[in-house]
Design a protein around this ligand. Structure first.
Ligand code: SF4
Ligand code: F3S
Ligand code: FES
Length: 248
């Protein structure tokens, strides 16, 4: 059964903006992105929104719905009561370009800073067999659709803009962890995780894991194992002594 919903949508640019109220038709089976599209078609033709697949796979339609980071195309209207006000705002952690569209280039910058996969130079094709659990670990991390909702929700940058230089965020610390735990990656990623990508800023709040639409266990399977690897090295007395003797 259709009904009229009360939507509040943020309109503006990086200088100023405000929430605008709309009364808009909702039909059975629709998602928040359908309603945003209806607003574009009927009441707000210049409303800016980024989207592409409408199937939870391209990671484009990230926004905040009633304050929670969500994919608009995967947020069913049936999760709200018919008298509930549905507020849609752009991701808070990134600068607004216009309306619901944010500038997520911070994430691409961090991606570029991570040294790529580094297999041993003398390893020839067919010379190595991967263990199934190593395959599965990479496969889990590679489900990422780069929606950046985890990056948006993490308080380290959400509440502290000035941490953006020092902290790569959960999505990219997960990438560093994936490479560090890859049996064929010869680079040592532990110092870079800590010193360049800010692993120490993460205090395991797990908000990133909670919002991930791909249900990747970012904290348990990537960030905590990475922290353990960094700590092992720091507190290993042999490593410590070696560093003292040979690194000066
Ligand atoms: Fe989105 Fe999950 Fe990838 Fe983060 S890890 S960018 S929440 S799919
Ligand atoms: Fe942030 Fe996730 Fe750590 S939300 S604090 S990166 S567990
Ligand atoms: Fe592709 Fe929503 S439109 S994930």
């Amino acid at each position: 059964m259709g009904y009229d919903a009360h939507f509040r949508v943020w309109r503006g640019d990086d200088h100023s903006g405000e929430l605008q109220d709309f009364t808009v038709e909702v039909n059975e089976g629709e998602v928040v992105l359908d309603i945003i599209h209806r607003l574009q078609a009927t009441q707000a033709p210049d409303l800016a929104v980024r989207w592409n697949c409408k199937a939870g796979k391209c990671g484009s339609c990230s926004a905040e719905v009633n304050g929670r980071p969500r994919l608009m195309c995967m947020t069913r209207m049936s999760t709200f009561t018919t008298d509930e006000v549905v507020t849609v705002t752009p991701m808070r952690t990134f600068p607004v370009i216009r309306d619901l569209v944010t500038d997520v280039s911070f994430n691409y910058q961090k991606a570029r800073e991570i040294p790529s996969f580094t297999p041993p130079a003398d390893l020839k094709p067919g010379e190595y067999r991967m263990q199934q659990r190593d395959v599965e670990r990479s496969q889990e991390f590679r489900k990422c659709i780069e929606c950046f909702l985890c990056q948006d929700v993490c308080h380290v940058v959400r509440d502290h803009e000035d941490n953006k230089n020092a902290f790569a965020g959960p999505r990219f610390l997960m990438r560093v962890a994936e490479l560090e735990m890859h049996p064929l990656d010869a680079a040592d990623r532990r110092d870079m995780a800590q010193d360049e990508f800010g692993l120490g800023y993460c205090n395991i709040t797990k908000c990133c894991t909670e919002v991930c639409p791909e249900n990747i266990k970012i904290t348990d399977n990537a960030l905590i194992p990475m922290k353990e690897r960094v700590a092992d090295r720091k507190y290993d007395p042999v490593v410590w002594l070696g560093n003292k003797l040979f690194r000066r």
